[in-house]
Design a protein around this ligand. Structure first.
Ligand code: PMP
Length: 426
């Protein structure tokens, strides 16, 4: 292939718009790399506080997407030169994701449309092979719908029973109850790494140790963890881990499933179709080796490849530095909001990162959302796909402000000023 016409991932990561060595993040400079952050909303400079839903996108990702479709587009599969190149750049990103989460091998990464699809792949594979009447699936009260409903479906269809670990009054997983609920018929534990409501970091390593001591596999939903903190799947020790690329600078529909190779190998396929089987024979399904066995049909080629430079961008900043910055910013914003009479922050006092949900006494959360929107602040209100957790915390709905390293302390001030005004006016 003509190298000048077809830049590789490695070439692109040489974009040095981001400081590598400074201890402090240069947030103003970073913000210039995210075009959406320059726009206005309702006539005011946009304050984007909805990164837990989906992140804004760096220019390097947008450029990669354009170049791919303009100059490199072909089917990902061995064959002619264009396909060989497509396969190469696609597989480079697989290796990058493996490095990002410290997987042992790239073939342990399965590309999906997001965390939801990854979680469904595992629930379907378990339903097909591991679940029956009398078996149990253990989730927690803190799960997002994406890690609850697939397991409800698997239990409904297999006759297995769904067990739910309660949370404490501050939104921590009740570890003592967790341990009690690990039973002889528990077939899998499925738990989120970071809450999409409170930003609480759950003790998934400890939970994995407790489950493994009883021979029970563990699936971790890392949708809210991967973009915000270093994740080391081998240190956690879990069997499966799901993540969302679109929450980490990637295009709108990309994510991954990680699985320990031997565990993925022993599970049956979840989806059938082209590219996942060795051959089509009506006598027997013959899946390809990992990772192809779990990637039926045309992959999200453009989305995966364009996610690559965004991963580089995050890794160049450093996940440790990102975590430290976002944790401090979340704490700062929490302090500001708690100083406003009538404001309650959910999950306060737990180890939290990047996500901040709150209520304002006497003002419905959807009204707060509307008022923030009028002031140019994009936050989210509602059930947040986590009704059971909200109920356990004593509310039906909440307002959620979620942060990324491109948010500033001034934006946290703007949020607090707006909330104070909304509280006063109601
Ligand atoms: N799990 C959690 C904890 C989430 O916050 C989300 C997204 N809000 C998901 C799963 C679903 O992720 P995706 O949108 O990538 O399917």
């Amino acid at each position: 292939m003509d190298e000048t016409l077809h830049p590789t991932e490695a070439g692109e990561s040489e974009d040095k718009t981001v400081p590598r060595d400074n201890r402090e993040l240069d947030v103003e400079r970073i913000r210039r790399d995210f075009p959406m952050l320059q726009r206005r909303m309702n006539g005011l400079p946009l304050v984007y506080l909805d990164s837990a839903a989906t992140s804004q996108k760096p220019q390097v990702m947008i450029d990669r997407m354009r170049a791919l479709y303009a100059e490199e587009y072909a089917k990902v599969e061995e064959g002619h030169s264009l396909s060989k190149h497509a396969t190469q750049v696609f597989e480079e990103v697989r290796a990058k994701v493996a490095r990002l989460i410290n997987a042992a091998e790239p073939r342990e990464i399965i590309f999906t449309r997001g965390s939801t699809e990854a979680l469904n792949l595992i629930s379907r594979a378990f339903e097909r092979s591991r679940l029956g009447p009398g078996d149990e699936v253990l989730i927690t009260m803190a799960e997002h719908a994406s890690n609850a409903i697939p397991w409800q479906m698997a239990c409904e269809d297999s006759g297995a029973t769904l067990r739910v670990v309660p949370v404490t009054a501050s939104g921590e997983i009740d570890l003592a109850r967790f341990e009690q609920l690990l039973g002889p018929r528990t077939r899998i534990v499925a738990v989120s790494h970071v809450s999409n409501v409170t930003g609480t970091v759950f003790p998934v390593k400890r939970m994995t140790e407790l489950a493994h001591a009883r021979g029970i596999p563990v699936l971790v939903d890392g949708a809210q963890a991967v973009p915000h903190m270093p994740v080391d799947v081998r240190d956690i020790g879990c069997d499966f881990y799901a993540g969302s690329g679109h929450k980490m600078g990637g295009p709108s529909s990309v994510g991954f499933l990680y699985g320990v190779a031997s565990k993925l190998e022993e599970l049956p396929v979840a989806d059938g179709g082209s590219t996942m089987a060795q051959t089509l024979s009506f006598e027997k399904i013959q899946p390809k080796p990992l990772p192809h066995k779990y990637e039926a049909g045309e992959p999200a080629f453009g989305e995966v490849v364009a996610w690559g430079p965004a991963i580089d961008y995050w890794m160049d900043l450093g996940l440790e530095r990102i975590a430290a910055y976002e944790k401090a910013l979340t704490e700062y914003a929490t302090g500001k909001l708690l100083a406003i009479p009538g404001v309650r922050v959910l999950g306060e006092g737990t180890e939290r990162i990047a996500v901040l949900s709150f209520t304002v006494e006497g003002v419905p959360p959807t009204e707060v959302e509307k008022e923030l929107d009028r002031r140019g602040i994009a936050a989210r209100a509602g059930e947040l796909d986590a009704e059971p957790l909200l109920k356990a915390l004593g509310v039906d709905m909440a307002v959620r402000a979620s942060f990324m390293f491109y948010n500033t302390h001034e934006e946290a001030d703007a949020l607090a000023e707006a909330v104070a005004e909304i509280a006063r006016l109601h």
